[in-house]
Design a protein around this ligand. Structure first.
Ligand code: FES
Length: 166
């Protein structure tokens, strides 16, 4: 059975304690983020069940939330996840071409991961940075005003960082 490390468990308890008695369910999204970070970048059914147990929720309540938000991955993902916005303003500024370019450069489709486990491509809805379209989220940062050249540089940056960390 999976479980949080001691440090993550303490953080989960801190988050849960933010909410009044009976309202602990409000900590669900922060706990899902913790679980995703702790359990390899995605939420397995075991991970979601574990979070349900911590919050005394029915598993279905956790599945409903986890499946609603694109920020939660329900299958294993690569080390770097490109979440490219495809909503209207980004589309008008060329997100389709950016998505196609990433697909052809990395040889993967949307929702797929490169064979080396390095990159996953996702498309998502508006990330609230329309003024910087076309854009994507990569980890905790936004990458904005994307062009093919910027995509090349980002891919190279990821590869360089991965090599440094190995
Ligand atoms: S439409 Fe892409 S960030 Fe809003």
């Amino acid at each position: 059975m999976i479980h949080f490390s001691e440090a993550t468990k303490k953080e989960a308890e801190r988050l849960i304690a933010r909410y009044p008695e009976g309202k602990q369910k409000s900590a669900l999204i922060p706990l899902l983020h913790l679980a995703q970070d702790e359990f390899g970048g995605w939420l397995s059914p075991d991970a979601m069940d574990y979070v349900a147990g911590l919050l005394k929720l029915e598993p279905i309540e956790v599945y409903e939330v986890a499946t609603f938000y694109s920020m939660f991955n329900l299958k294993p993902v690569g080390h770097y996840v490109f979440e490219v916005c495809q909503t209207g303003p980004c589309m008008l500024r060329g997100s389709d071409a950016i998505i196609d370019y990433i697909k052809s450069t990395l040889q993967i489709g949307v929702g797929e991961t490169t064979r080396d486990g390095m990159f996953t491509l996702k498309t998502v809805e508006c990330l609230g940075a329309c003024g910087y379209a076309p854009m994507m989220q990569l980890g905790n940062h936004y990458r904005e005003h994307l062009t093919k050249e910027k995509v090349d540089a980002i891919i190279q940056e990821c590869r360089t960082n991965a090599a440094k960390n190995n």
